[in-house]
Design a protein around this ligand. Structure first.
Ligand SMILES: Nc1ncnc2c1ncn2[C@@H]1O[C@H](COP(=O)(O)OP(=O)(O)OP(=O)(O)O)[C@@H](O)[C@H]1O
Length: 206
């Protein structure tokens, strides 16, 4: 996926969160969006996902040299973020089945492989509402990273993860993101230090 932003700005009421964003996210490259709390990382991620319309300027999505209408971007996208909730009523088995109906997993990955990758096989019949916050975060990340989509957005990926969880996240990135367009919003180096490009939000504040 290629994403081109021209003169993009976002305003909530009278406050401009960002202005004059001109950048191109190139296919199969990895980008980090950085900036202090409240600077607008999530706002930019939501615009990059097609879920939020800019107040000013234009965003164009292109896949394999064909334009993608903003209403269809979600079909090519996997997105994990604190504000995108899991369905808490489902058990893990049900959540994986439900997810696969809309977004198949990569290659030959079956539910059994996903349990193994997640590392909590015993929780298969547990409702997600009873998962710990770290387990929920692992599940969110696995659903997004293991999906077979060309475009992947991760907002604050290591929230609630312990040291082992952070290493687990980095290994998933290494194994399952080759050839995909990856954008990570975070303030924690370990989340994004492997990204080729860094986009610092404060530069768009003026
Ligand atoms: N729906 C909304 N209505 C009004 N203001 C909003 C809305 N969403 C975000 N904002 C404001 O936009 C600014 C940027 O918020 P955003 O969540 O994008 O920042 P962030 O860089 O992701 O922050 P954090 O690191 O704390 O997650 C904040 O001042 C926030 O209050």
């Amino acid at each position: 996926m290629k994403i081109e932003l021209a003169g993009v700005g976002k305003r909530y009421k009278m406050e401009w969160i960002m202005r004059g964003v001109a950048l191109t996210i190139h296919p199969a490259q990895r980008y980090a969006i950085t900036g202090p709390n409240g600077s607008g990382k999530s706002t930019l991620m939501k615009m990059l996902s097609g879920h939020l319309t800019p107040s000013k300027g234009k965003i164009q999505f292109t896949l394999n040299d064909k334009p993608v209408p903003v209403s269809e971007v979600y079909q090519h996208l996997a997105y994990a973020a604190p504000y995108i909730e899991l369905i808490e009523e489902l058990t893990l088995i049900e959540a994986l089945d439900f997810h696969q109906r809309f977004k198949p997993f990569q290659g030959q990955l079956q539910s059994d492989d996903i349990y193994r990758i997640l590392g909590f096989k015993k929780a298969r019949r547990k409702p997600i509402r009873n998962f710990s916050s770290g387990m929920k975060q692992r599940l969110k990340l696995a659903l997004a990273i293991l999906s077979d989509t060309p475009y992947l957005l991760l907002d604050e990926p290591t929230t609630n993860l312990d040291t082992e969880g952070v290493q687990w996240y980095r290994q998933l990135i290494e194994q399952y993101t080759a050839g995909r367009t990856l954008v990570i919003a975070s303030n924690v180096e370990v989340d994004f230090d492997f990204c080729e490009y860094h986009i610092d939000i404060p530069q768009y504040k003026h």
